[in-house]
Design a protein around this ligand. Structure first.
Ligand SMILES: [Fe+2]
Length: 367
């Protein structure tokens, strides 16, 4: 049971992201693990589904601790490579020699990108794999960061076309963050995913997040060619999520902005009457709204989606919220731009938490 209010109430914690205060929430009670058919039905119908307590974080607690230490060192030094070249990482990376380091000067959020090859008996198996550390925002008061694992030319590579290098980028993630196995070797989780895909899933395009207080992610989707969806696992700390398919988000947005009870709330995030009229016109035309949401800059809608405490409260009331504690997983289908599950994240509490966000695809045979 999740409760939200625009004012503080007993037992609540603040929802704050990049200096925007978006109300207060209280998360109560633990959800039971859903039945297999409920999980399949949710995935097929593009509903997010929570698998509470499915990850045994105690079994990988030493690795989680080490990951937090790495994150803190990177925070202090704003570099990664010195730590990766030392124990225990250097031993774990014996089959993945470090090739070069980029300071990512062209990317204001980039901290450092480290390139590796995968080798066996002197033979190169996969080239130009990388781990890139980045800040999650430009806000000085947000210490959130992420480590992303991929390969080749960032933003240009068709990663889905090269399952071999995708596989090795996953192996690189395993070497630096071995707690990944709590997901990749999790029998219960694999059971659900096998039932969904009717084949063995592979975890690719991995991101290891540290969502810090005042950080998180705005409403977005993660559709990428070749990927079916995203598995997010909370390894430490806790997070608050809103997650709903794009068609449902458009329905809810329409209902909210045309509801007289939320007139003042709308005025609060869009004080300019011309902006409000433009936004109302876009929201009332379903195709225009869908196209607008797919544009990188969709500020008029973003004002409501990401900066309205009343809209967040409204979505919580409609049942689209999740509170994730350590050990909980959230599954979100990302089949295509039309039906994908959009989602936003807040850090709950005073401490940064580790989250594993892995894309899932069915396994290829040419490894
Ligand atoms: Fe995402």
């Amino acid at each position: 049971m999740i409760q939200h209010d625009t004012k503080e109430f007993e037992g609540s914690v603040v929802l704050q992201r990049r200096d925007f205060s978006l109300g207060w929430v209280q998360c109560r009670g633990k959800e039971a693990l859903p039945e297999m058919d409920q999980v399949i039905d949710a995935w097929e119908n593009d509903r997010s589904i929570q698998l509470s307590g499915i990850v045994d974080t105690a079994a990988v607690s030493a690795d989680i601790k080490q990951a937090h230490e790495l994150m803190e060192r990177v925070l202090e030094s704003e570099g990664v490579v010195d730590f990766i070249e030392a124990s225990p990482y250097v031993e774990r990376l014996s089959a993945l020699p470090l090739i070069s380091v980029s300071g990512e000067e062209h990317d204001k959020q980039g901290i450092e990108k480290i390139y590796f090859d995968a080798e066996s008996d002197g033979e190169v198996l996969a080239e130009s794999l990388w781990c890139k550390a980045s800040w999650l925002s430009f806000c000085d008061e947000d210490a959130s960061m992420r480590f992303r694992f991929s390969f080749g030319m960032e933003g240009f590579e068709d990663v889905a076309a090269d399952p071999l290098r995708q596989h090795w980028a996953g192996v690189l993630c395993d070497a630096i963050f071995p707690e990944s196995r709590a997901i990749t070797e999790n029998e219960k989780l694999l059971g659900y995913l096998q039932a969904i895909f009717k084949s063995t899933p592979e975890f690719v395009e991995r991101i290891v997040y540290f969502n810090a207080p005042n950080g998180g992610a705005q409403m977005h989707h993660d559709v990428e060619r070749g990927h079916a969806g995203v598995v997010y696992a909370q390894m430490s700390g806790s997070t608050f999520w809103l997650a709903l398919s794009k068609p449902k988000l458009m329905d809810e947005l329409f209902s909210f902005v045309y509801d007289e009870r939320y007139k003042d709330a709308l005025h609060k995030v869009l004080p300019d009457s011309e902006d409000r009229e433009k936004m109302l016109a876009i929201v009332s035309d379903r195709q225009a709204l869908s196209d607008y949401m797919d544009e990188p800059d969709h500020e008029l809608v973003e004002a409501v989606l990401d900066r309205s405490d009343a809209f967040i409260g409204y979505l919580v009331g409609r049942g689209y919220a999740h509170c994730l504690a350590a050990g909980d997983v959230l599954l979100m289908s990302q089949k295509n731009l039309e039906t994908c599950v959009w989602h936003c994240v807040f850090c709950l509490g005073e401490e940064p938490g580790e989250g594993l966000s892995f894309a899932v695809r069915t396994q290829r045979k040419n490894k």
